[in-house]
Ligand binder design. Structure first.
Ligand SMILES: [Zn+2]
Length: 117
């Protein structure tokens, strides 16, 4: 898988953990699971470290998607972008390098990844 894509997928996870850590109702549920809220700073630090590893061009596309949708990557399942539920051009959907090249959805702009069978 494209290394920048791996970073983006990790970032999406970190962003949702940060969101949950800040949400009071989620806080209790996470607390019951043993998740310590003092980890918020560590999460923010991890987010910054990962963002620093993105190339400048990808980082600005990432910032736009994050601001617009709160999400940055979407899986493609059966040829459909699960960011916006629009069909991906089949030339891209069936490309052999689909997880090696960083593709973005032409409709919503999210970075795409395919779950390989
Ligand atoms: Zn899309």
């Amino acid at each position: 898988m494209n290394p920048q894509l791996q970073i983006l997928i990790a970032l999406q996870d970190i962003l949702s953990l940060i969101r949950e850590a800040k949400d009071p109702s989620q806080k209790r549920a996470l607390g019951r699971m043993g998740f310590k809220m003092t980890n918020l700073e560590a999460l923010e630090q991890t987010r910054e470290n990962l963002e620093d590893q993105l190339s400048p061009a990808i980082r600005s596309q990432y910032a736009r998607a994050k601001k617009r949708y709160g999400r940055i990557v979407a899986p493609v399942i059966n040829g459909i972008c699960y960011g916006c539920f629009v069909k991906i051009p089949s030339a891209i959907d069936t490309a052999e390098d689909r997880n090696q090249t960083l593709y973005r959805c032409e409709n919503c702009g999210m970075f795409l990844f395919w779950v390989e069978k």
